[in-house]
Design a protein around this ligand. Structure first.
Ligand code: TYD
Ligand code: MG
Length: 463
Protein backbone atom coordinates (compact mmCIF):
# COMPACT_ATOMS: atom_id res chain seq x y z
CA UNK A 1 0.00 0.00 0.00
CA UNK A 2 1.21 3.47 -0.80
CA UNK A 3 2.40 5.48 2.16
CA UNK A 4 -0.16 8.15 3.08
CA UNK A 5 1.03 11.53 1.92
CA UNK A 6 1.51 14.25 4.48
CA UNK A 7 0.32 17.75 3.85
CA UNK A 8 1.51 20.88 5.55
CA UNK A 9 -0.43 24.07 5.92
CA UNK A 10 0.53 27.62 6.81
CA UNK A 11 -1.31 28.84 9.88
CA UNK A 12 -1.10 32.43 8.68
CA UNK A 13 -2.33 32.34 5.10
CA UNK A 14 -3.67 28.80 4.82
CA UNK A 15 -1.58 27.75 1.81
CA UNK A 16 -0.93 24.02 1.56
CA UNK A 17 2.45 22.47 0.76
CA UNK A 18 3.81 18.93 0.57
CA UNK A 19 7.02 19.80 2.42
CA UNK A 20 7.70 21.33 5.77
CA UNK A 21 9.67 24.57 5.66
CA UNK A 22 10.75 27.19 8.14
CA UNK A 23 9.22 29.96 6.08
CA UNK A 24 5.98 30.03 4.13
CA UNK A 25 6.55 30.59 0.40
CA UNK A 26 3.26 32.43 -0.04
CA UNK A 27 3.18 34.90 2.83
CA UNK A 28 6.86 34.98 3.86
CA UNK A 29 6.04 34.37 7.53
CA UNK A 30 8.45 32.29 9.62
CA UNK A 31 7.59 29.27 11.79
CA UNK A 32 4.03 29.03 10.59
CA UNK A 33 4.01 25.72 8.69
CA UNK A 34 2.40 22.83 10.51
CA UNK A 35 1.22 19.37 9.61
CA UNK A 36 -2.35 19.21 8.40
CA UNK A 37 -3.72 16.14 10.08
CA UNK A 38 -7.08 15.88 8.32
CA UNK A 39 -5.88 15.95 4.74
CA UNK A 40 -2.76 13.82 5.25
CA UNK A 41 -4.33 10.81 3.61
CA UNK A 42 -3.98 9.28 0.19
CA UNK A 43 -6.40 10.83 -2.27
CA UNK A 44 -8.84 8.26 -3.71
CA UNK A 45 -8.14 7.59 -7.37
CA UNK A 46 -11.52 7.40 -9.08
CA UNK A 47 -15.10 7.87 -8.00
CA UNK A 48 -17.98 5.74 -9.10
CA UNK A 49 -21.25 7.65 -9.31
CA UNK A 50 -23.23 4.43 -9.05
CA UNK A 51 -22.31 4.04 -5.39
CA UNK A 52 -23.48 7.53 -4.35
CA UNK A 53 -26.78 8.29 -2.64
CA UNK A 54 -29.19 10.60 -4.42
CA UNK A 55 -29.30 14.15 -3.05
CA UNK A 56 -32.55 16.14 -2.95
CA UNK A 57 -33.00 18.60 -5.82
CA UNK A 58 -35.58 21.31 -5.21
CA UNK A 59 -36.93 24.25 -7.21
CA UNK A 60 -35.22 27.61 -6.66
CA UNK A 61 -38.47 29.44 -6.05
CA UNK A 62 -39.46 27.24 -3.12
CA UNK A 63 -38.75 29.81 -0.45
CA UNK A 64 -40.63 30.58 2.72
CA UNK A 65 -39.42 33.98 3.98
CA UNK A 66 -41.01 33.48 7.39
CA UNK A 67 -38.48 30.71 8.13
CA UNK A 68 -35.75 33.31 7.95
CA UNK A 69 -36.91 35.88 10.40
CA UNK A 70 -33.78 37.71 11.41
CA UNK A 71 -32.90 37.97 15.07
CA UNK A 72 -32.82 41.65 15.88
CA UNK A 73 -31.00 42.72 19.03
CA UNK A 74 -32.18 46.31 19.12
CA UNK A 75 -28.54 47.45 19.20
CA UNK A 76 -28.99 49.14 15.88
CA UNK A 77 -25.31 49.60 15.10
CA UNK A 78 -24.82 45.84 15.41
CA UNK A 79 -27.99 44.89 13.57
CA UNK A 80 -27.21 47.15 10.64
CA UNK A 81 -23.65 45.86 10.28
CA UNK A 82 -25.02 42.30 10.09
CA UNK A 83 -27.30 43.40 7.27
CA UNK A 84 -30.39 43.85 9.45
CA UNK A 85 -30.10 41.24 12.19
CA UNK A 86 -28.75 37.70 12.47
CA UNK A 87 -30.11 35.19 10.00
CA UNK A 88 -31.14 31.86 11.61
CA UNK A 89 -28.65 29.13 10.73
CA UNK A 90 -25.97 31.62 9.73
CA UNK A 91 -22.37 31.63 10.88
CA UNK A 92 -20.63 34.90 11.71
CA UNK A 93 -16.96 35.44 12.48
CA UNK A 94 -15.93 38.51 14.40
CA UNK A 95 -12.25 39.35 14.51
CA UNK A 96 -10.31 42.01 16.32
CA UNK A 97 -7.23 42.71 18.38
CA UNK A 98 -7.07 41.46 21.95
CA UNK A 99 -8.76 43.84 24.36
CA UNK A 100 -10.63 45.77 21.71
CA UNK A 101 -14.00 44.70 23.16
CA UNK A 102 -15.20 41.65 21.22
CA UNK A 103 -16.35 39.75 24.29
CA UNK A 104 -18.01 42.87 25.67
CA UNK A 105 -19.85 43.51 22.40
CA UNK A 106 -21.07 39.94 22.13
CA UNK A 107 -22.14 39.75 25.75
CA UNK A 108 -24.17 42.94 25.37
CA UNK A 109 -25.65 41.67 22.11
CA UNK A 110 -26.72 38.28 23.44
CA UNK A 111 -28.23 39.88 26.51
CA UNK A 112 -30.25 42.17 24.25
CA UNK A 113 -31.30 39.18 22.10
CA UNK A 114 -32.20 37.11 25.15
CA UNK A 115 -34.47 39.90 26.36
CA UNK A 116 -36.39 39.45 23.12
CA UNK A 117 -37.19 35.86 24.02
CA UNK A 118 -34.47 34.19 22.01
CA UNK A 119 -32.61 31.37 23.67
CA UNK A 120 -28.97 32.42 23.74
CA UNK A 121 -25.94 30.44 24.84
CA UNK A 122 -22.58 32.06 25.45
CA UNK A 123 -19.68 29.61 25.50
CA UNK A 124 -16.41 31.08 26.65
CA UNK A 125 -13.23 29.12 26.12
CA UNK A 126 -11.05 31.87 27.49
CA UNK A 127 -12.72 33.07 30.64
CA UNK A 128 -14.13 31.26 33.64
CA UNK A 129 -17.88 31.54 34.22
CA UNK A 130 -17.38 33.91 37.11
CA UNK A 131 -15.26 36.22 35.03
CA UNK A 132 -18.04 36.50 32.48
CA UNK A 133 -20.58 36.95 35.27
CA UNK A 134 -18.51 39.69 36.79
CA UNK A 135 -18.40 41.53 33.49
CA UNK A 136 -22.14 41.09 33.03
CA UNK A 137 -22.73 42.51 36.50
CA UNK A 138 -20.54 45.49 35.67
CA UNK A 139 -22.52 46.07 32.50
CA UNK A 140 -25.78 45.89 34.45
CA UNK A 141 -26.83 42.73 32.62
CA UNK A 142 -26.65 40.24 35.46
CA UNK A 143 -30.37 39.45 35.36
CA UNK A 144 -30.39 38.59 31.68
CA UNK A 145 -31.62 35.07 30.77
CA UNK A 146 -28.49 34.14 28.80
CA UNK A 147 -27.13 30.64 29.44
CA UNK A 148 -23.44 30.54 30.12
CA UNK A 149 -20.76 27.87 29.80
CA UNK A 150 -17.03 27.70 30.06
CA UNK A 151 -15.95 24.88 27.75
CA UNK A 152 -13.57 24.07 24.93
CA UNK A 153 -14.47 20.55 23.82
CA UNK A 154 -16.58 20.82 20.68
CA UNK A 155 -18.20 17.42 21.14
CA UNK A 156 -19.41 18.37 24.64
CA UNK A 157 -20.57 21.78 23.52
CA UNK A 158 -22.60 20.43 20.62
CA UNK A 159 -24.17 17.85 22.91
CA UNK A 160 -25.48 20.61 25.16
CA UNK A 161 -26.75 23.38 22.91
CA UNK A 162 -29.74 21.88 21.14
CA UNK A 163 -32.74 24.18 21.06
CA UNK A 164 -30.73 27.40 21.20
CA UNK A 165 -31.41 30.23 18.77
CA UNK A 166 -28.06 31.94 19.14
CA UNK A 167 -24.73 30.35 20.04
CA UNK A 168 -21.62 32.41 20.80
CA UNK A 169 -18.21 30.73 20.68
CA UNK A 170 -15.57 32.92 22.31
CA UNK A 171 -13.08 32.13 20.75
CA UNK A 172 -12.72 29.57 17.97
CA UNK A 173 -8.96 29.34 18.62
CA UNK A 174 -9.61 27.77 22.04
CA UNK A 175 -11.92 25.02 20.75
CA UNK A 176 -10.75 21.50 20.05
CA UNK A 177 -12.07 18.20 18.78
CA UNK A 178 -10.91 15.30 20.94
CA UNK A 179 -10.26 12.79 18.17
CA UNK A 180 -7.88 15.05 16.29
CA UNK A 181 -4.32 14.79 17.31
CA UNK A 182 -3.21 18.41 17.46
CA UNK A 183 -3.37 21.27 19.92
CA UNK A 184 -6.20 23.85 20.08
CA UNK A 185 -5.43 26.88 17.94
CA UNK A 186 -3.68 24.90 15.19
CA UNK A 187 -5.05 25.14 11.69
CA UNK A 188 -6.49 21.64 11.77
CA UNK A 189 -8.30 22.16 15.06
CA UNK A 190 -9.64 25.60 14.22
CA UNK A 191 -10.89 24.50 10.82
CA UNK A 192 -12.44 21.26 11.91
CA UNK A 193 -14.02 22.74 15.05
CA UNK A 194 -15.57 25.53 13.04
CA UNK A 195 -16.78 23.08 10.40
CA UNK A 196 -18.43 20.82 12.98
CA UNK A 197 -20.07 23.69 14.84
CA UNK A 198 -21.35 25.29 11.63
CA UNK A 199 -22.75 21.98 10.38
CA UNK A 200 -24.51 21.34 13.66
CA UNK A 201 -25.88 24.89 13.86
CA UNK A 202 -27.08 25.01 10.25
CA UNK A 203 -29.02 21.78 10.57
CA UNK A 204 -30.80 23.19 13.64
CA UNK A 205 -31.34 26.71 12.32
CA UNK A 206 -29.18 28.16 15.05
CA UNK A 207 -27.19 31.33 14.40
CA UNK A 208 -23.62 31.02 15.57
CA UNK A 209 -21.09 33.77 16.17
CA UNK A 210 -17.39 32.94 16.47
CA UNK A 211 -14.83 35.23 17.96
CA UNK A 212 -11.56 34.97 16.06
CA UNK A 213 -8.17 36.30 17.09
CA UNK A 214 -6.19 38.38 14.67
CA UNK A 215 -2.51 38.17 13.82
CA UNK A 216 -0.19 41.11 14.12
CA UNK A 217 -1.01 42.40 10.65
CA UNK A 218 -4.74 42.33 11.26
CA UNK A 219 -5.73 39.07 9.55
CA UNK A 220 -7.98 36.66 11.38
CA UNK A 221 -5.61 34.03 12.77
CA UNK A 222 -5.88 30.48 11.54
CA UNK A 223 -6.58 29.40 8.04
CA UNK A 224 -8.10 31.73 5.51
CA UNK A 225 -10.66 28.98 4.91
CA UNK A 226 -12.34 30.03 8.13
CA UNK A 227 -13.41 33.19 6.36
CA UNK A 228 -14.75 31.12 3.46
CA UNK A 229 -16.68 28.81 5.73
CA UNK A 230 -18.74 31.47 7.49
CA UNK A 231 -21.48 33.62 6.00
CA UNK A 232 -20.42 36.89 7.54
CA UNK A 233 -17.06 38.26 8.58
CA UNK A 234 -16.97 41.29 10.84
CA UNK A 235 -13.94 43.19 12.08
CA UNK A 236 -14.03 45.06 15.33
CA UNK A 237 -11.42 47.75 15.09
CA UNK A 238 -10.26 50.96 16.64
CA UNK A 239 -7.40 52.44 18.51
CA UNK A 240 -7.30 51.04 22.03
CA UNK A 241 -6.23 54.39 23.40
CA UNK A 242 -9.32 56.05 21.92
CA UNK A 243 -12.84 55.32 22.97
CA UNK A 244 -14.29 54.79 19.49
CA UNK A 245 -14.72 51.31 18.05
CA UNK A 246 -15.90 50.42 14.58
CA UNK A 247 -17.59 47.19 13.66
CA UNK A 248 -17.00 46.69 9.96
CA UNK A 249 -18.54 44.07 7.74
CA UNK A 250 -15.93 42.53 5.44
CA UNK A 251 -18.05 39.80 3.94
CA UNK A 252 -21.78 39.28 4.22
CA UNK A 253 -23.86 36.74 2.37
CA UNK A 254 -27.02 38.37 3.72
CA UNK A 255 -26.35 42.06 3.34
CA UNK A 256 -24.07 44.81 2.11
CA UNK A 257 -20.37 44.79 2.90
CA UNK A 258 -18.49 47.88 4.00
CA UNK A 259 -21.31 48.59 6.39
CA UNK A 260 -20.12 49.92 9.70
CA UNK A 261 -21.39 50.33 13.23
CA UNK A 262 -19.81 52.89 15.52
CA UNK A 263 -19.47 52.32 19.26
CA UNK A 264 -17.90 54.11 22.14
CA UNK A 265 -16.17 52.18 24.93
CA UNK A 266 -17.30 53.64 28.22
CA UNK A 267 -17.20 52.59 31.85
CA UNK A 268 -20.49 50.76 31.47
CA UNK A 269 -19.54 48.91 28.30
CA UNK A 270 -20.03 49.75 24.66
CA UNK A 271 -22.40 52.53 23.81
CA UNK A 272 -23.85 53.03 20.34
CA UNK A 273 -22.84 56.16 18.50
CA UNK A 274 -25.81 57.08 16.38
CA UNK A 275 -24.48 60.39 15.08
CA UNK A 276 -20.76 59.76 14.52
CA UNK A 277 -20.15 62.90 12.46
CA UNK A 278 -21.18 65.21 15.29
CA UNK A 279 -18.98 63.36 17.75
CA UNK A 280 -15.96 63.15 15.48
CA UNK A 281 -16.16 66.87 14.80
CA UNK A 282 -17.04 67.96 18.33
CA UNK A 283 -13.48 68.67 19.36
CA UNK A 284 -12.47 70.48 16.23
CA UNK A 285 -10.58 73.70 16.64
CA UNK A 286 -11.76 75.84 13.73
CA UNK A 287 -8.92 78.33 13.68
CA UNK A 288 -5.96 76.06 13.30
CA UNK A 289 -4.09 75.59 10.04
CA UNK A 290 -3.94 72.04 8.72
CA UNK A 291 -7.45 70.92 9.55
CA UNK A 292 -9.91 69.91 6.82
CA UNK A 293 -13.26 68.17 7.08
CA UNK A 294 -13.84 65.13 4.91
CA UNK A 295 -17.28 63.87 3.98
CA UNK A 296 -16.51 60.16 4.00
CA UNK A 297 -18.79 57.27 3.24
CA UNK A 298 -18.56 54.01 5.14
CA UNK A 299 -20.86 51.46 3.57
CA UNK A 300 -24.17 53.25 3.19
CA UNK A 301 -23.38 55.67 5.93
CA UNK A 302 -22.00 59.17 5.44
CA UNK A 303 -19.58 60.28 8.11
CA UNK A 304 -17.80 63.57 8.54
CA UNK A 305 -14.31 63.36 9.98
CA UNK A 306 -11.51 65.80 10.57
CA UNK A 307 -8.21 65.35 8.74
CA UNK A 308 -5.34 67.01 10.58
CA UNK A 309 -1.95 67.76 9.08
CA UNK A 310 1.19 69.29 10.46
CA UNK A 311 3.96 70.31 8.09
CA UNK A 312 7.27 71.40 9.62
CA UNK A 313 10.70 72.18 8.18
CA UNK A 314 12.92 69.14 8.38
CA UNK A 315 16.58 68.77 9.20
CA UNK A 316 16.62 65.14 8.17
CA UNK A 317 17.88 63.78 4.87
CA UNK A 318 14.74 61.63 4.67
CA UNK A 319 12.00 63.80 6.18
CA UNK A 320 9.60 62.19 8.64
CA UNK A 321 6.21 60.92 7.56
CA UNK A 322 4.02 59.95 10.44
CA UNK A 323 0.51 58.82 9.58
CA UNK A 324 -2.38 57.72 11.78
CA UNK A 325 -5.64 56.39 10.37
CA UNK A 326 -4.65 56.80 6.74
CA UNK A 327 -2.56 54.95 4.18
CA UNK A 328 1.13 55.87 4.11
CA UNK A 329 1.51 55.23 0.39
CA UNK A 330 -1.51 57.30 -0.44
CA UNK A 331 -0.04 60.22 1.53
CA UNK A 332 3.27 59.84 -0.31
CA UNK A 333 1.38 60.00 -3.60
CA UNK A 334 -0.55 63.13 -2.65
CA UNK A 335 2.64 64.84 -1.47
CA UNK A 336 4.35 64.01 -4.77
CA UNK A 337 1.39 65.28 -6.77
CA UNK A 338 1.25 68.53 -4.76
CA UNK A 339 4.95 69.08 -5.35
CA UNK A 340 5.06 68.13 -9.02
CA UNK A 341 1.72 69.33 -10.33
CA UNK A 342 0.90 72.26 -8.09
CA UNK A 343 4.47 73.43 -7.50
CA UNK A 344 4.29 73.39 -3.69
CA UNK A 345 7.58 72.94 -1.82
CA UNK A 346 6.42 70.23 0.53
CA UNK A 347 8.35 67.01 0.02
CA UNK A 348 11.37 68.25 1.99
CA UNK A 349 9.25 68.88 5.10
CA UNK A 350 8.35 66.61 7.99
CA UNK A 351 4.70 65.64 7.60
CA UNK A 352 2.35 64.37 10.29
CA UNK A 353 -1.16 63.31 9.33
CA UNK A 354 -3.94 62.18 11.60
CA UNK A 355 -7.58 61.28 11.21
CA UNK A 356 -9.09 62.62 14.43
CA UNK A 357 -11.00 60.26 16.71
CA UNK A 358 -8.77 57.22 16.14
CA UNK A 359 -10.69 55.90 13.15
CA UNK A 360 -9.27 54.69 9.87
CA UNK A 361 -10.25 56.00 6.45
CA UNK A 362 -9.42 53.92 3.40
CA UNK A 363 -11.43 55.38 0.57
CA UNK A 364 -9.78 57.42 -2.20
CA UNK A 365 -12.41 60.12 -1.66
CA UNK A 366 -10.28 61.29 1.26
CA UNK A 367 -7.50 62.49 -1.07
CA UNK A 368 -8.88 65.97 -1.56
CA UNK A 369 -9.36 66.59 2.17
CA UNK A 370 -5.83 65.34 2.84
CA UNK A 371 -4.44 67.63 0.14
CA UNK A 372 -6.42 70.58 1.53
CA UNK A 373 -5.14 69.91 5.05
CA UNK A 374 -1.57 69.70 3.76
CA UNK A 375 -1.83 72.93 1.76
CA UNK A 376 -3.35 74.71 4.73
CA UNK A 377 -0.66 73.41 7.08
CA UNK A 378 2.11 74.33 4.66
CA UNK A 379 0.84 77.89 4.29
CA UNK A 380 -0.04 78.22 7.95
CA UNK A 381 -3.48 79.55 7.14
CA UNK A 382 -6.67 77.91 8.43
CA UNK A 383 -9.31 76.78 5.94
CA UNK A 384 -12.78 78.30 6.13
CA UNK A 385 -14.42 76.25 8.90
CA UNK A 386 -17.65 75.72 6.99
CA UNK A 387 -15.90 73.96 4.08
CA UNK A 388 -16.09 70.24 3.47
CA UNK A 389 -14.05 68.19 0.98
CA UNK A 390 -14.14 64.95 -0.92
CA UNK A 391 -12.64 63.68 -4.18
CA UNK A 392 -9.96 61.40 -5.52
CA UNK A 393 -6.63 62.74 -6.77
CA UNK A 394 -4.91 61.19 -9.78
CA UNK A 395 -1.21 61.17 -10.61
CA UNK A 396 -1.65 63.79 -13.30
CA UNK A 397 -2.97 66.18 -10.68
CA UNK A 398 -6.55 65.73 -11.79
CA UNK A 399 -9.39 65.57 -9.29
CA UNK A 400 -11.59 62.59 -10.05
CA UNK A 401 -15.22 62.01 -9.40
CA UNK A 402 -16.28 59.62 -6.70
CA UNK A 403 -19.44 57.71 -5.95
CA UNK A 404 -22.45 58.84 -3.94
CA UNK A 405 -21.72 62.53 -3.66
CA UNK A 406 -25.38 63.28 -2.92
CA UNK A 407 -25.37 61.38 0.35
CA UNK A 408 -22.17 63.07 1.45
CA UNK A 409 -23.47 66.53 0.59
CA UNK A 410 -26.69 65.91 2.44
CA UNK A 411 -24.85 64.91 5.61
CA UNK A 412 -22.57 67.95 5.33
CA UNK A 413 -25.55 70.26 4.88
CA UNK A 414 -27.28 68.65 7.85
CA UNK A 415 -24.32 69.48 10.05
CA UNK A 416 -24.26 73.09 8.97
CA UNK A 417 -21.45 73.10 6.41
CA UNK A 418 -21.96 75.74 3.79
CA UNK A 419 -19.50 75.00 1.04
CA UNK A 420 -18.38 71.72 -0.51
CA UNK A 421 -15.19 71.50 -2.58
CA UNK A 422 -15.76 68.51 -4.81
CA UNK A 423 -14.68 67.10 -8.20
CA UNK A 424 -16.17 68.59 -11.33
CA UNK A 425 -19.09 66.56 -12.54
CA UNK A 426 -18.51 65.75 -16.22
CA UNK A 427 -21.93 64.22 -16.57
CA UNK A 428 -24.28 67.19 -16.41
CA UNK A 429 -27.45 65.14 -16.13
CA UNK A 430 -26.20 63.64 -12.88
CA UNK A 431 -25.31 66.98 -11.31
CA UNK A 432 -26.14 67.08 -7.63
CA UNK A 433 -29.49 68.71 -7.27
CA UNK A 434 -29.49 71.92 -5.33
CA UNK A 435 -32.74 71.15 -3.52
CA UNK A 436 -31.50 67.83 -2.18
CA UNK A 437 -28.41 69.44 -0.73
CA UNK A 438 -30.05 72.18 1.25
CA UNK A 439 -28.07 75.37 1.52
CA UNK A 440 -24.70 73.97 0.67
CA UNK A 441 -22.76 75.77 -2.03
CA UNK A 442 -20.79 73.62 -4.40
CA UNK A 443 -17.36 74.56 -5.74
CA UNK A 444 -16.30 72.13 -8.41
CA UNK A 445 -12.63 71.73 -9.20
CA UNK A 446 -10.91 69.45 -11.65
CA UNK A 447 -7.24 69.89 -10.88
CA UNK A 448 -5.13 70.03 -7.76
CA UNK A 449 -3.80 73.42 -8.92
CA UNK A 450 -7.33 74.80 -8.64
CA UNK A 451 -7.42 73.60 -5.04
CA UNK A 452 -4.14 75.38 -4.27
CA UNK A 453 -5.38 78.55 -6.01
CA UNK A 454 -8.69 78.45 -4.19
CA UNK A 455 -6.90 78.83 -0.88
CA UNK A 456 -4.47 81.39 -2.18
CA UNK A 457 -7.46 83.61 -2.94
CA UNK A 458 -9.07 82.78 0.42
CA UNK A 459 -5.91 84.03 2.04
CA UNK A 460 -6.03 87.24 0.07
CA UNK A 461 -9.73 87.67 0.85
CA UNK A 462 -9.07 87.17 4.53
CA UNK A 463 -6.19 89.65 4.58
P1 TYD B 1 -12.92 42.58 25.95
O1 TYD B 1 -14.34 42.52 25.55
O2 TYD B 1 -12.46 41.63 27.00
O3 TYD B 1 -11.97 42.46 24.70
P2 TYD B 1 -11.68 41.21 23.74
O4 TYD B 1 -12.70 40.17 24.00
O5 TYD B 1 -11.77 41.83 22.37
O6 TYD B 1 -10.31 40.79 24.05
O7 TYD B 1 -12.66 44.08 26.37
C1 TYD B 1 -11.73 44.39 27.27
C2 TYD B 1 -11.43 45.87 27.28
O8 TYD B 1 -12.57 46.68 27.32
C3 TYD B 1 -10.66 46.10 28.53
O9 TYD B 1 -9.41 46.66 28.17
C4 TYD B 1 -11.46 47.07 29.33
C5 TYD B 1 -12.47 47.60 28.38
N1 TYD B 1 -13.80 47.76 29.02
C6 TYD B 1 -14.26 49.01 29.36
O10 TYD B 1 -13.58 50.03 29.15
N2 TYD B 1 -15.50 49.14 29.91
C7 TYD B 1 -16.29 48.07 30.18
O11 TYD B 1 -17.40 48.24 30.69
C8 TYD B 1 -15.80 46.78 29.84
C9 TYD B 1 -16.61 45.55 30.09
C10 TYD B 1 -14.57 46.66 29.25
MG1 MG C 1 -12.42 38.25 24.80
Amino acid sequence: MAKPKKNYVCNQCGSVTQKWAGKCESCDEWNCIEEDVTTSQAVPKGLSAAKGNKIALAPLGDFEPTNYKRAISGISEFDRTCGGGLVPGSATLIGGEPGIGKSTLLLQTVCALAKRNLRCIYVSGEEAMDQVRMRAARLGLADSPVELASATNVRDILASVDGADILIIDSIQTMYIDNIDSAPGTVTQVRTSAQEIIRHAKSRNMAVIFVGHVTKDGQIAGPRVLEHMVDTVLHFEGDRSHQFRILRSIKNRFGATDEIGVFEMAGEGLREVLNPSEIFLSQRNMNVAGSAVLAALEGTRPMLVEVQALVAPSTLAAPRRSVLGYDNNRLAMIVAVLETRAGLQISGCDIFLNIAGGIRINEPAADLAVAAALISALRGSPLPPENVFFGEIGLAGEVRQIAQSDIRLKEAAKLGFREAIIPKNKNTSAKPKKAANGDIRISEIDTITMLADLFASTQVRAA
